[in-house]
Every structure is written in structure tokens, then in C-alpha cells.
Design a protein around this ligand. Sequence first.
Ligand code: HEM
Length: 406
Amino acid sequence: MTRKITVDDFSSEEYKHNPFPIWRQMRDEQPLFYDSNEHRWILTRYTDVMAVLRDHERYSTRTYIERFRPIFGRTLAELDGARHIRERTIVAPAFVGKSLDGYEQFIRRSIERIGEKIFLQNNVDLVKSMTNILPSTVITALLGIPEKDDDFVFDIGNTILAAIGSTPEMIERGASAHRKFAEYLAPIISSRRDAPTTDLISRIVHAQADGQSLTDDEICSFISFLLVAGGPTTDTGIANFWWNLLSDPDQLEACRNDPTRISRAFSESLRRDGPIINEDRMTNCEIELYGITIPKDSIVVICLGSANTDDSVFAEPESFNPDRTDLFMGVERKGGIHENGVSGHMAFGMGSHFCMGYQLARREAEMATSQFLLQAPGVRLTSEVHPEARFFDRFVGKLPVEIGKK
Ligand code: HEM
């Protein structure tokens, strides 16, 4: 018999390199696990994770208040219920549907700008020279920030990111970076208010729901939040995806020969190797689960990584198989699906806080991948690398490759 999972497992080398067996054992034996070090409850089964994400009455995103507010102020991430819906309704249309088509030129231009540097070399680390840079370049381009200011915005984004959940000194540095950014954004916001263009700042400034729009402070907080919500997640989403393809030359070739496969391969990569493996919520009331009472105001962690590899939902869940028939392969759905033996992955979350940038991230990943496969026909990994898990995320830190000339 294997030993029981303990809190120390989450900081173990085994978890870092291969969290799947630990998640599997938790689902089988301790589907509601109490982490006594951090005083939080962890749920690992697909159905439990889905139930929490869909239940914003009993499970609140108040957990984001402490993490984000001291750095860049209040954002929709921390809101529940009607206030959340109101704010989301104002900004969400700028990220989906037709709005997205208008952004393709910015995405293409960002991919080309970065590609110009990469394809001059033969040996590169794709993480450092491509995936780390692309999502931030796309966000600044979409916002309408001039290219010459990219480095300034990247520095701001990195300082804000480093501040999240960090020491008081780092949090103050993050807050000061946000204030500097807000000063920088003020004249841009004001000019877009008077003379809107097609950029994202114009859309956010003029977006309304029930006659209400965001104040300048709210716009600045939202833009800083976008840098952390859309930058590192997409970076890791693409890096983990490319790691999957580069580690499996047959899949790489299949995508190269039939670019329409890229989309399903990306879905499968998000399922098995999604960037965010845990999220948390706070209970609004006492909750009974598995015969245990979780007190009001407790932290409940929902393990997306485990839900996405739950073998009661996905066959051979730990294998990367873009041809699987049990995963919904289309564009993700906010409510998730779980019917006729086909289920959605939860890498973008689920329910009312479902990722707002899911279509943008997908468009970016697919366009960058098809361009990359075209430009680098002989690409191969030059050393073995693997994603590493921390508590909230899981990412491959480098992708050393030989490009292979056209
Ligand atoms: C592969 C890339 C991405 C992944 C894996 C990802 C993942 C997630 C997840 C799991 C959530 C839900 C958080 C929760 O329920 O607590 C979320 C929310 C969010 N994401 Fe993404 N994201 C990605 C890309 C993006 C991009 C490109 C943007 C925009 C530029 C973005 C903007 C947001 C926003 C604004 C929210 C908050 C939505 C709300 O609270 O209503 N994300 N994302």
C-alpha cells in the first residue's frame, strides 16, 4: 500500500517534476485534502472542481483582493455576482468575436518582429527569445502603445508580476510601477476619449453596459491586470505546447503537414499541461463535503491540473493525444461541457470568471505555431527539458532548439 499524501508532497521534487501521481492519489483517496501548512482545502476531482467554479454564490473570488488590490487596485477578478457581471459586460466584448479579427494584424506583426531576430540564429532558447516576449508584445500592440515604449511596459509588467504574493517591499515596488504606468497611460486614455481609434484602449474607454463605463482609475487597474493575466499565462501556454510538439516529432510533423491539427493539439496541451494548475476561492458559508464541514471564510483550492487529468473523465489522461475523442476540441466554452463522453478542459477556468482572453490566447498560439513550423522546418530540441510545477503554475522554463534552415 502506498503512503498517504501529506502537505510536504506539494514542495517535493516529485511534485515539481511529475505532479500526476500525487493528484491521482489525492483524487482516489483524499478528494478533499486539508493543507494544514497553508490552512486551505484542496479539491482534485473534475466534478468537484467544476461544481466550485460554477457556484459563485458559495465560493467567492475575494481571495484576489489581498493578492492584487495593494498593487494595482480593484479589478473584476475579485468581484462576485451582479457587480462582476456588470464590469465584465463592459470589457469582455473587446476580447471576443469580431473584435478579435481586427487584432490579427497586430498579432501577425508581433510574431514577425520577434521571428526576424530568431530566424537569423541557429541555436536559440524559444522561451527566452519567443514565448516570453510574444504575449506582452501583442498586448501592448493591441492596447495601442507605441512600439518604442515596449521595454518600459515589459519592465512594469515584470515588476507587478514579481510583487504578487510577495514581500511588503516587493508589493510597494509593484504599486509604484503601477502608479508610474497610470501616469503614462493618462494622456493616452484622454486622447482616446476625445478621438477613439481601433485600439483596445479606445474600446475599453468607450465600452458601456447599462449606460455605465469604467473610470480612468478602473481602466488603469484593468490594464495592469491584463499584463499579468494575459502575459505569463499565454507565454507558458505556448511554451508548454511547443514542448509537447518538440518532444514528439511525429506530432510535430503531423501539425506541419496539416496545420488544421494545430488547434486540437493546442487544446490537448492545455488539458494535460495547462499553465495554471491551481486556483483558489473563499467560502461564503459553511460547506459540507465528503462528510466534512468546511467553515465560512476558508480558502478552497481547486486543482485544474488534476481535474484535467481525471481518469474518470479522460482515458489515459497523462498521455498527450491530440486524436483523443473524449476532449472537446473546439473553441472553449465558458460553462464547460460534460456530455456524451466528451468533456471540456478547465485550463481557462469555468463559470463566471472564465478567462476573458481565451480566444486571444488561442489565436496567438495558433498563429505563432503555424508561422514557426513554416519558418523552422528542421527544428529540434537540443537537450531534454520538462515542465516544472510550483503550487499555482506549471511551466517549461526553457526550450533550447536548433532551428534548422529553410
Ligand atoms: C493560455 C493562456 C491563458 C490561460 C491558461 C488563462 C487562464 C485563466 C484562468 C484559469 C482564469 C480564471 C481565473 C479564476 O477563475 O480565478 C483566467 C481569467 C482571466 N483571464 Fe486568462 N488565461 C490566458 C490568457 C489570457 C489572455 C491573453 C488575457 C487577456 C489579454 C486573459 C485575461 C483574463 C482575464 C481578464 C481574466 C479574469 C476574468 C474574470 O475574472 O471575469 N487571459 N484566465
